[in-house]
Design a binder for this molecule. Sequence first.
Ligand SMILES: [Mn+2]
Length: 493
Amino acid sequence: MGYKLPTRYFALCSFMILMFWMLLNAVSLLYLGSNDKYFTRGHGRHLQNDSPSDDFEREMAQEKDPNTLGLIRNKEDQTIREHGYEKHAFNELVSNRLGFYREIQDTRHELCKSIRYSSNLPSASIIICFHNEAWSTLLRTVHSVLNRTAENLVHEIILVDDQSNLEELKDELENYVEKLPKVKLLRTVQREGLIRGRTLGAKSATGEVLVFLDSHCEVNKDWLPPLLERIKENRTTVVCPVIDMINSDTFDYQSSPLVRGGFNWGLHFSWEPLPKHLLVKPEDYVLPIRSPTMAGGLFAMDRNYFSQLGQYDEGMNIWGGENLEISFRIWMCGGSLEIIPCSRVGHIFRRWRPYGSDSKGDTMSYNSMRVAEVWLDDYKKYFYQIKKGLVGEPFGDVTSRTELRKRLNCKTFKWYLKNIYPEINLPQEGGSVKSNMWNPHGLQKEKVIVKKGNLQNVGNSLCLDIPGRSSEKRATVLLRDCQEIHAMVSQTK
Ligand SMILES: [Mn+2]
């Protein structure tokens, strides 16, 4: 007996611990479950609010536990996560759980915090162009602007929907946006792409300054005054915030180092380290940085100056090259381009572009040819040296853009290289150039094609195939009859 008693006690204790554990789980699940619903689209409490109030902000600001943020609790979670990656190339499950507003770390340099800005800064029209953006990332962009920007500085927020076909971005978005202050929703009539979409937004804007943002951003503390101040001092200065990194899997917000924009002769944008002499004293970390080019998604520019300088090249399709075009144009036609270290905006860096370009093909190459033809003068030979396949390919009519260049009395590309980007190397004849670019996903390796052909399983005559365009990142690979593939390839030739 003396031996059985402790066993029974032990069993009883175990049972009670188990019960307690289950109770704890039930409570935490209930709590988290309700929290999820709070942010589920269409059912959130904020929908009843006419505008995000202080209460709203406080409630929204509660810390999201990074340990459970990505947890898959049921089949539905799994589906959201998987479909999210397919549609948006980021973890939509985590994004949904973060809600429309969250606290993020203030990534500015200490010295930024004591800078005072003018009380009569120009007002901004914030233009956010999107195509099939995820509900939570789009609205977190909007709410971060509403919550982290002084009201008098936001003239309006213009959302430009470029033919999204996601159901929630139709009526539901329209109804939601109606309840937000200062937010307008425009829609293109046909797929226009980022470039004409932004121009459409700019045409309807009435604020003094245009601020372009991507649709998956979170603006950081006091992000706007440093940009507006610089434009107020000189309306031909175009300014970019430092683009902090939001991790596409965890949504972790990380500070970016101070870098500037460059490019290579294939006309690809690249981030590069600052020349050493620019970062010596502590003050150097808050002073504007002259940048040869901009990344393209996030910048601010005087509205009239944007028009005067020729907006965008509307002959460009969907995406790509427009950032270099506007960068060259700004510098060569009398303006300047800067990165402002005290202005920080987080942006989700994805590993691949989740949407195609419809029937428009490789728009990056097409657009880059237009840039080369209009702005590069004799230097365009270096572009075609690297992009041999583009020689003789169509690039549309660039007459209006060459006329614009003449009308604005712009300087030569030689002047630009000598004065704005002396660090660039000219490629050796026929060769390519290596650049020491900074890349948020680590160093990019150069691609070398050693051999081309089919990959075949000799046992069953099945071959690896990529349905759709093989150049698309994250394309699916499947096994298919080799004969079938062969037939399709010869058909398309
Ligand atoms: Mn983006």
